[in-house]
Design a protein around this ligand. Structure first.
Ligand code: SAM
Length: 483
């Protein structure tokens, strides 16, 4: 029990006014003081759930499935292991095979799973309005199987950088990052998105088990202030949604001011155009946390998790919007010349037996980028901070490949790949060259893998592989093994 957890009296008084009658305040306070169980989500773009289970067994990790998420597991490691090797420095994490994500935070993307899986092909777009650090964006990317276009927006520039790094590690290749106040989407991208997730900025009352100081600055005034931002974001998101599409609104807070009342605002603003989709059947026992309106209000004591709120709406019909805006300025990329494209594809074929990459190759100055196919209609609507995957830098004699080409598409290579041993992987992530046991006659670039997933690029050099890991990704501390 974490008795350091700070739970102010005025917060408890407020909770008393809305806690549902079938839940007890004592249980709620008790559960706020219990440490949170560690949970991870398997990134199926990089590893199957069955392979994760085998890896976990090899490392003597105890895992138990999270009932609502087929890719989610609670995970117990020995205290010594946890102290010696943080989960973020394990091979499974560094390779992008897992994401440390709280169990209830897996629910919002799952509320869109059915819709996403029902779409065939690439002609669709999904928006994540408040995306950093990217747990749900990467979950959406995996649900989309890198198809279609995933626009991930984040207002904070420092958090946008973390989001970008996480998308690279997780191998999300269909993503466009943008850097705006989320309230612009309704005006600039009116009815552009098939489905939208708004995991809104909130007062974080549900996160107190992870952060004992989460309630330190709690006040009802700040709840009210944040609710105003949430209302502007939910309105914008609903405007940006195509008719027939679904909008999921979520927060990691408990107060109805930031949850039910924000949903009521949406219903009032758009009347018959909005339909609530009840979430009581999202998973077995979801009804234990479902409100009368059909929202999920996950109190921490119900499933032994963080507190969360999730609501789902369908846009039944188009709505009027007279204040649409058009971005000025030209799209700063041009198509990669067909001849150069042929040469690039021939190189990938020769070196890696890899077929042409899925998407459109575009260049800006010397940079070569691969954009998701379904971008044409959306590419001029807003300015993107980062679009698709940077696959290379153009030189006189061809293209020098980028790290991200390997992490996003390395699994397509059929030759010139090298599975790293544990000690080689430590060297690699520390930025050192990789010593080979035997001299090699291979030449040129090689894709490095760990746990079966591509983690980067190197260059064969007889007794070693030259390390091409970008400097900003070099990891510190104990890595991969702990004994
Ligand atoms: N969805 C993220 C995830 O699962 O990793 C967590 C998102 S967090 C709850 C909310 C995010 O919204 C924060 O990163 C915050 O910086 C961002 N934010 C705050 N105000 C915003 C705004 N007006 N528009 C867009 N994003 C905003």
């Amino acid at each position: 029990m974490d008795k350091n957890t700070y739970i102010p009296e005025n917060f408890i008084d407020d909770v008393k006014s809305y806690i549902p009658p079938h839940l007890s305040l004592e249980d709620f306070i008790d559960s706020c003081q219990q440490p949170l169980r560690l949970s991870v989500r398997v990134n199926t773009l990089k590893m199957s759930v069955a392979d994760f289970e085998k890896e976990a067994q090899k490392m003597s990790w105890q895992i138990s499935p999270i009932p609502w998420c087929p890719e989610g597991f609670w995970l117990t490691r020995s205290k010594e292991e946890e102290a010696a090797l943080p989960i973020g420095n394990t091979a499974l994490h560094l390779s992008g095979c897992i994401y440390v994500q709280e169990a209830s935070s897996m629910l919002p993307p799952l509320a869109l799973r059915e819709e996403i899986h029902a779409i065939e092909g690439n002609e669709f777009a999904i928006l994540d309005v408040a995306a950093a650090p990217g747990s749900k964006t990467s979950q959406l990317g995996a649900l989309m199987d890198n198809r279609g276009l995933l626009v991930a927006n984040e207002f904070s520039s420092s958090r946008l950088k973390v989001l970008a790094a996480n998308m690279k590690r997780m191998g999300i290749s269909n993503c466009a990052l943008s850097h705006f106040d989320g309230k612009i989407f309704g005006d600039y991208m009116f009815e552009c998105f098939d489905h939208i997730l708004l995991d809104a900025p909130c007062s974080g009352e549900g996160t107190v088990r992870k952060d004992p100081n989460a309630l330190k600055n709690w006040s009802i005034e700040s709840n009210i202030e944040i609710a105003e931002v949430q209302k502007s974001l939910i309105k914008s998101a609903f405007l940006a949604l195509k008719p027939g599409g679904s909008l999921v609104y979520s927060t990691c807070t408990l107060t109805p001011l930031e949850n039910q009342q924000v949903c009521s605002y949406l219903l009032e603003e758009f009347g018959d155009a909005v339909e609530i989709i009840a979430l009581d059947h999202l998973f077995d026992n979801a009804n234990l946390a479902t409100t009368d309106q059909g929202y999920l209000h996950v109190w921490p004591q119900i499933f032994d998790s963080e507190g969360f709120f999730i609501a789902k709406f369908k846009k039944r019909v188009s709505v009027a919007h007279h204040d649409q805006q058009i971005k000025k300025g030209k799209f700063p990329f041009e198509a990669f010349a067909p001849k150069a494209q042929l040469a690039f594809n021939a190189y990938l074929k020769k070196q890696f037996k890899m077929n042409a990459l899925p998407g459109n190759l575009m260049q800006r100055d010397k940079e070569l980028w691969l954009f998701p196919e379904h971008l044409e209609s959306l590419r001029d609507k807003i300015k993107y901070a980062r679009l698709g995957v940077k696959v290379g830098t153009i030189h006189k004699n061809g293209v020098r490949l980028e790290h991200e080409l390997a992490t996003s598409f390395g699994q397509l290579a059929k030759q010139n790949t090298q599975a790293l041993t544990q000690s080689q992987a430590v060297d690699y992530f520390q930025g050192k060259d990789i010593r080979l046991e035997k001299l090699t006659s291979e030449t040129g670039e090689v894709i490095l893998t760990l746990c079966g997933a591509p983690v980067g690029l190197g260059k064969w050099q007889k007794a070693k592989i030259k390390n091409n890991l970008p400097r900003d990704l070099i990891a510190q501390g104990q890595l991969i093994t702990w004994v």
